[in-house]
Design a protein around this ligand. Structure first.
Ligand code: IMP
Length: 443
């Protein structure tokens, strides 16, 4: 049931709290990213008041199909596609201001309105051209040991944040202070870049570009921690939009083949300033199989399955266009994801991708040399040696894209879903059978 709660104001902004009934929910990826979080966020946003990004940057690529229009969002929360919803870019995100302005302009051209509905944290750290160049130089110098980053400068930007050499959105809003800070950083980074064989940058040019972006972003920049706190006090429903996935987490992922932020549920609190006791639910999104982009071990990787998906035109990265590595569902991973995130409910996506396969395998454990194990080893050398132990399920060999209810799914699809929920030690609540909003089954 809908109800209207009192309006609350924050600074110059006022917000209507329109729809209750959705507890404060963190949505994270339970695999290596690209689980289809954008679509699930878009569906759930209908019940939320505010959608918040808490980590990552424009390395993320969330694809959402609304009617016939396809939107690919990188920094802007997927909630922006529902008018009247508030979107927040939290303090834990690293923001490339030039990219963000381009993304806002691009979305405006597609009819998305940004008026009193987008808030950017003044304490979010900024990504600079030297971060992107360093990302590229470091990747190139690693040769076959490269991480396979998106080359968006994400690692170097978080590196500067941790080293207390970052520049934040609030610094960009103060022209004189910013010029001075930037001059110092460019001097230091030009030395690094030259040592790596790259050309240095002109601080004048970078400053001019960033000031131009700052003028466009200024109306959106605010203290989002206080804004979210006030929203919580007014019983607003917050949806936390995770980017990347559990196994790309800087602490819990397959290190060093990870991104540089906290992609697990804990990152939602540090990345927004909303306290843990305000969180009601964690939803883990997982594909009905496994994919990964970039380097690093992936026990269930399967060349013929990759070919199968690529021939169908599926599994190409939304940010870089890279072909994703594909494999069978690995429930050793999804069980681990349930554990570190405290997943209450699972959303299974891309079920329709398996419609034409006569036999579907699921990894239930690993064989590591002569031992059987049921956990994810921390040493990458060991994870790389893990051979999956599979259970086989008969396929359903019929299209699921038009199914709208659990009872409409083929019997073998229901059996598969029940088994993977049990093996992942969680409960399935949402099933996605295609990219459109309507292609969603809620239990
Ligand atoms: P970075 O985040 O660009 O530093 O890349 C580090 C690793 O995370 C690489 O393996 C990337 O392919 C991966 N990665 C980063 N963002 C995403 C994403 O949104 N989806 C899937 N993989 C990602």
């Amino acid at each position: 049931m809908q109800s209207v709660r009192p309006e609350f104001t924050f600074g110059a902004f006022s917000c209507w709290i329109i729809k209750p009934n959705m507890p404060n929910t963190i949505l994270i990826g339970a695999q290596w990213g690209d689980e289809g979080k954008g679509k699930i966020i878009d569906v759930l946003t209908d019940r939320a008041d505010i959608v918040v990004r808490m980590q990552g940057g424009n390395n993320a690529g969330h694809t959402v199909l609304v009617g016939k229009k396809k939107y690919v969002l990188h920094l802007i929360p997927s909630g922006s596609l529902r008018p009247a919803k508030k979107c927040v870019i939290g303090n834990g995100v690293v923001v490339d201001p030039i990219h963000l302005v381009d993304e806002i302009e691009g979305l405006k051209k597609l009819g998305v309105k940004f008026k009193n509905n987008l808030f950017i944290s003044e304490t979010a750290h900024l990504v600079f051209p030297y971060h992107r160049l360093l990302d590229e130089c470091r990747e190139n110098s690693k040769g076959k040991n490269r991480i396979g980053t998106t080359k968006r400068g994400i690692g170097p930007a978080y590196g500067d944040k941790a080293a207390r050499m970052g520049i934040r959105m609030i610094d960009l809003m103060d022209a004189d202070g910013f010029s001075e800070l930037l001059k110092q950083r460019i001097k230091t980074n030009n030395e690094l870049l030259k040592a790596l064989g790259a050309k240095g940058l002109s601080s004048k040019k970078v400053a001019a570009d960033y000031f131009a972006a700052a003028r466009k972003l200024k109306p959106f920049v605010t203290d989002t921690v206080r804004l979210l706190h006030e929203a919580c006090q007014n019983q607003a429903n917050i949806l936390f939009e995770g980017a990347q996935g559990t196994f790309l987490d800087i602490d819990h992922g397959s290190y060093p083949y990870v991104t540089s932020s906290s992609t697990t549920a804990g990152g939602a609190c540090t990345g927004t300033g909303v306290s843990p006791n305000r969180i009601d639910k964690v939803i883990g999104v997982m594909k009905a199989y496994t994919t990964r982009v970039g380097e690093g071990p992936m026990p269930t990787e399967d060349e013929s399955l990759s070919e199968h998906f690529h021939e169908m035109g599926r599994e190409f990265g939304a940010t870089t266009g890279r072909a994703r590595r594909c494999g069978w569902l690995d429930t050793v991973l999804t069980r681990h994801a349930s554990m570190v995130n405290g997943i209450n409910e699972i959303a299974v996506t891309n079920l329709d991708g398996l419609d034409t396969l006569p036999v579907i395998k699921v990894c239930v454990g690993y064989r590591l040399v002569s031992k059987k194990i049921d956990y994810v080893p921390n040493a990458m050398g060991s994870l790389a040696k893990c051979k999956p132990i599979y259970r086989e399920f008969p396929g359903w060999l019929s299209p699921t894209e038009k199914c709208r209810k659990w009872s409409e799914l083929p019997l073998n699809a229901r059996r598969y879903l029940k088994a993977i929920a049990m093996l992942s030690e969680s409960r399935i609540q949402i099933i996605s059978v295609g990219p459109a909003r309507a292609q969603t089954i809620e239990l």
